[in-house]
Design a binder for this molecule. Structure first.
Ligand code: HEC
Ligand code: HEC
Ligand code: HEC
Ligand code: HEC
Length: 146
């Protein structure tokens, strides 16, 4: 009986620590190397929270010659979207991020959920303001640099 209780306590503790680890992993600091040093504060993105309600392929897309949708899961956006766009892909890296993030937030706002930011400073949040805007980020190491 005693052992059983100890086992349960350990299980609970593990579930808790796993939960915490998960919360940390969820926060993805977007920092495309191709962009070089950033002008704006780095964007902290709740990847898992977004993936819970949105299909992977909505963001991790690719298109064949007939513009049919394919998956590009596992690839960075910068593999296809260049800082200076080329003939192969006309959407620049910054435009790709901005359009994908903001188009969806705008659509969600029209449908009645205004929680997806569309203003510069609400995505490019300064490290000082981050815990206020994104409470999950309270315990995370401050994003380095810009
Ligand atoms: C919905 C979130 C969002 C909003 C709103 C937003 N951005 Fe961004 N922005 C991003 C993301 C994500 C990146 C790509 C960051 C990366 O991968 O390194 C980016 C990249 C950039 C970059 C290139 C990297 C750098 O910092 O030099 C600039 C400049 C920029 N944004 C400026 C702006 C300005 C100005 C506005 C307002 C007009 C704005 N952004 C609004 C999310 C956003
Ligand atoms: C709302 C948009 C969105 C959704 C939904 C989404 N992702 Fe992502 N994911 C991103 C962005 C943005 C990045 C950062 C890409 C970059 O920096 O170029 C990323 C990064 C990743 C990475 C890391 C790539 C690397 O090398 O670091 C993996 C793996 C990944 N996503 C898998 C998934 C899977 C699996 C799903 C579905 C369960 C999913 N994503 C859903 C937007 C999304
Ligand atoms: C395997 C290649 C590939 C990857 C990786 C990729 N894209 Fe794209 N994306 C494309 C192609 C091809 C187009 C069409 C480009 C054109 O019209 O010239 C496109 C178009 C877009 C567009 C404009 C069309 C639309 O859907 O609104 C946005 C925005 C975009 N991508 C965002 C992203 C973001 C953000 C990522 C990373 C999460 C990403 N893409 C990753 C290939 C890719
Ligand atoms: C396909 C739709 C979709 C895409 C693409 C998307 N978002 Fe969101 N985002 C949402 C919705 C919906 C919410 C509001 C979630 C809620 O109700 O709490 C949100 C909320 C947010 C928030 C507020 C804090 C949070 O996580 O709840 C941030 C910051 C954010 N998004 C950043 C981004 C960035 C950066 C990108 C692009 C890399 C992006 N989003 C792409 C739908 C999207």
């Amino acid at each position: 009986m005693k052992h059983w209780k100890l086992g349960t306590a350990l299980l609970l503790a593990c579930a808790l620590c796993a939960g915490l680890a998960f919360a940390q992993d969820d926060l993805m600091t977007l920092n495309s190397k191709a962009m070089g040093p950033h002008e704006r504060p780095l964007v902290v993105f709740t990847h898992n929270k977004h993936s819970a309600n949105i299909e992977c392929i909505t963001c991790h897309h690719d298109f064949d010659n007939y513009f049919n949708l394919k998956s590009s899961e596992g690839l960075l956006c910068s593999e296809c979207h260049k800082v200076v766009p080329d003939a192969k892909n006309k959407v620049s890296l910054t435009a790709a991020f901005h359009k994908q993030c903001k188009d969806c937030h705008n659509k969600a706002a029209i449908k009645g959920n205004p929680k997806g930011p569309v203003m510069c400073g609400d995505c490019h949040v300064t490290p000082e303001r981050l815990p206020e805007v994104l409470p999950e980020a309270k315990n995370m190491a401050k994003p380095k640099g810009k």
